[in-house]
Design a protein around this ligand. Structure first.
Ligand code: FES
Length: 109
């Protein structure tokens, strides 16, 4: 049985959506499956579009390895403001440790 956790997405309008997230899926896939329109993901996770940009908070960012060279390159091209913990959500796999965490979304992709 696939394990699920609760994940929150903070939307650009300031509201929050709470969803069930499958462990092992990406934060991008989870957003798409739950109609979080703020995550566009044009390339479907191939790391060539940068339209799956999200903002992590300090605690969530600490639970992931830092972005690799390819992701850093793509982060140069994000449409919205790039912040300290800006990430591409297709590179972030949902894991038990982020249960209850909030993923921020940008105003544009
Ligand atoms: S979905 Fe295209 S870079 Fe993440």
């Amino acid at each position: 049985m696939t394990q699920e956790i609760i994940l929150h997405y903070q939307l650009a309008d300031g509201t929050t959506r709470t969803v069930d997230a499958k462990i092992g899926a990406t934060i991008m896939d989870t957003a798409i499956q739950n109609d979080i329109d703020e995550v566009v993901a044009e390339c479907g996770g191939s790391l060539i579009c940068a339209t799956c940009h999200v903002y992590l908070d300090e605690a969530t960012a600490a639970l992931y390895d830092p972005p690799d060279e390819m992701e850093l390159d793509m982060l140069e091209g994000v449409a919205a403001e790039r912040r300290e913990h800006s990430r591409l959500s297709c590179q972030l796999v949902v894991k038990a440790e982020i249960a209850g965490h909030t993923i921020g979304t940008p105003e544009s992709q």
